[in-house]
Design a binder for this molecule. Structure first.
Ligand SMILES: [Zn+2]
Length: 352
């Protein structure tokens, strides 16, 4: 019985299912239920349906019964194959606040998280919200069309200051202690395994809420998570370098802003396709760069960011990362005929 059940007043009891018809016997084994079961069995057999041995074993074996406050039994002996976890995403945060303040904020205010990972020398993990309940950690958030991710995610808050302000007013992001990362990895692996969360749905708060957040920031070891197989493979360096060179060599310069916005949307971000290098686009691109190109995250388009986006959006599953063949030498083009200027060439891309 989950805590939801307890709150709603449901009562549960277990029984062997084989020991008579006393007051503690579950409803699934009373005389009426047994009669109904035989009737249903006969009906199904009459329909020509094959009943597997698993069903028969369940029908004859033990059971768990809950009872509503109205006294109606709820028989839970059968389990549907067609089901999965409601948890689709894992969202990683840092608190900015220290441990006492973080616990206070996350337990006494309208914000919360399932887990808090402390920054002590031997880190501890607090569970503030049961996984089957919704924690209020992501606020306005979206990824690949999914919105308001609190309803479909587990949230982990890492006690971490985030950044300090440098002499010129800039943010200097601080590293995560190795002990904290060592404690985080098995927690993430366990949650991901139990809920079968897809690798590409393990995300930072800044990725699902780029207009408001940057956590866990550019020092979070996303590459390590990728190398451990927790998150998707890191963009192949050879492909990125080759694609970057193509972008840098194309006559028109970088791919244009609409291309970046389309690629960022394909990757998963909620971004308005305004066609303008506006604040919302820079926020999204900055979050992308924080994860995949943490050496520079100015939110401005550049060839390396374009190449990273292209490779991430065009993976080659099952193919080894081979050097790209040199393009064949082309004969000298004939003299162009006199005609109006042609439109600019399409963005060159490597074959996916
Ligand atoms: Zn956050």
């Amino acid at each position: 019985m989950g805590e939801d059940g307890a709150r709603q007043g449901l009562r549960a009891r277990r029984c062997s299912g084989r020991s008579g018809f006393g007051p503690d016997t579950c409803a699934c084994m009373d005389r009426d239920a047994g009669t109904r079961r035989r009737q249903v069995l006969g009906h199904l057999l009459g329909q020509g349906l094959a009943l597997g041995s698993a069903w028969a074993a369940a029908a004859l074996g033990g059971c768990t019964t809950t009872t509503t406050p109205g006294g109606v039994p709820i028989d839970t002996r059968h389990t549907s194959r067609g089901q999965d976890s409601r948890v689709l995403f894992l969202v990683i945060h840092y608190t900015v606040a220290d441990l006492p303040m973080a616990i206070k904020i996350l337990t006494e205010n309208e914000v919360s998280a399932h887990y808090v990972l402390t920054d002590e020398p031997a880190p501890r993990i607090f569970r503030l919200v049961p996984e089957e309940r919704r924690a209020w950690h992501s606020g306005p958030s979206a990824w690949k069309g999914h919105r308001l991710l609190n309803a479909s995610s587990i949230g982990i808050e890492i006690v971490h200051r985030g950044f300090r302000i440098g002499p010129d007013g800039e943010r200097i992001y601080l590293p995560f202690p190795q002990a904290q990362i060592d404690a985080l990895i098995p927690l993430v692996k366990d949650i991901v395994a139990r809920h079968e969360i897809r690798p590409e749905r393990i995300l930072g708060h800044g990725e699902v809420s780029p207009q408001f957040k940057q956590d866990p920031g550019p020092t979070f070891p996303w590459r390590l998570f990728s190398e451990l197989g927790i998150t998707p493979p890191w963009p192949d360096a050879i492909r990125v370098t080759a694609q970057q060179a193509l972008f840098e060599a194309q006559p028109g310069g970088l791919p244009d802003v609409p291309w970046f916005q389309e690629m960022l949307a394909q990757h998963g971000y909620a971004i308005e396709k305004t066609g303008q290098l506006d604040t919302q686009m820079r926020n999204v691109l900055m979050n992308f760069q924080m994860r995949y190109r943490p050496a520079r995250y100015d939110g401005l388009p550049d060839a390396e960011s374009a190449a990273l986006l292209w490779v991430l959006n065009n993976p080659m599953p099952g193919l080894p990362a081979l050097p790209l063949p040199a393009p064949p030498a082309l004969p000298a083009p004939p003299a162009p005929p006199a005609r109006p200027a042609s439109p600019p060439p399409a963005v060159p891309v490597l074959p996916a």
